[in-house]
Design a protein around this ligand. Structure first.
Ligand SMILES: [Fe+2]
Length: 229
């Protein structure tokens, strides 16, 4: 059974599921792929939206999806919070993973700068929250010093996209994270039923290989750790 820590399953709130029909189809795909719980993590950009407005839109989308849907996958709220300077000054609490002391942070697509690690530290300290770095496999092009600083953050957790386990470089990254003792969580980052679908079947196929037994156990242990946070 899987926990999906990163998904754009809520209808009509961001660039994810376009409507309730597509969101329902994504939920069914999750059910078929042994996903027990999905965290809905719509994009949050502090420069675009007030947190209270975002939370209201997210609640409306959740209600639309749950209405008349016999969902067997547990649906919980969170957000993919774009890291911006000084967001630690906002009350970020409503954006945390529902029921957990953790927040999903999306690093900028621009090159690494030292304010990023400072901002994450401020957030972690101010809210006593575990920072989870979203789809970390996307940032391997950051300068080495930047990657080192990010991975040295206290209690940092890394989220990897489930479909990217098919990529040898990603598996090498997970091996390195395991070696460093950094927890690894999986997320589908599913946006739709087309080009960016639910993809835990890919992860399942790779992780069942005997040579990856230790890494599968590390992901399971990491998942249990964060669920008890
Ligand atoms: Fe995402």
């Amino acid at each position: 059974m899987w926990i999906d820590f990163h998904s754009h399953i809520l209808p009509g709130i961001d660039d994810g599921a376009k409507d309730v029909e597509e969101a329902s189809a994504m939920l069914h795909a999750m059910e078929n792929q042994q996903v027990k719980t999905v965290f809905a993590t719509p994009h949050y950009y502090a420069h675009c939206d007030k947190i209270e407005d975002f939370v209201e839109k997210r609640q409306t989308a959740r209600a639309q999806l749950e209405e008349g849907n016999s969902i067997k996958v547990a649906l919980r709220m969170a957000a993919e919070v774009a890291l911006e300077p000084e967001i630690c000054r906002l009350d970020l609490t409503p954006l945390f993973y529902e029921g957990l002391s953790a927040v999903l942070l999306e690093l900028p697509a621009s090159r690494y700068k030292s304010w990023m690690v400072q901002e994450i530290e401020e957030i972690a300290y101010a809210f006593s929250v575990i920072p989870i770095l979203a789809h970390f496999e996307r940032y391997l092009w950051y300068e080495q010093e930047g990657l080192r600083e990010l991975l040295q953050l206290p209690k940092v957790v890394v989220q990897i996209s489930a479909n990217m386990l098919a990529n040898r470089e990603t598996m090498d990254l997970i091996k390195d994270l395991h070696f460093l003792g950094i927890p690894v969580l999986l997320g589908s980052d599913a946006h739709n039923c087309g080009a960016r679908p639910v993809c835990f079947d890919v992860a399942q196929k790779i992780l069942k290989k005997r040579k990856y037994g230790e890494l599968e156990a590390w992901i399971t242990k990491s998942t249990q750790m964060i669920l008890s946070s």
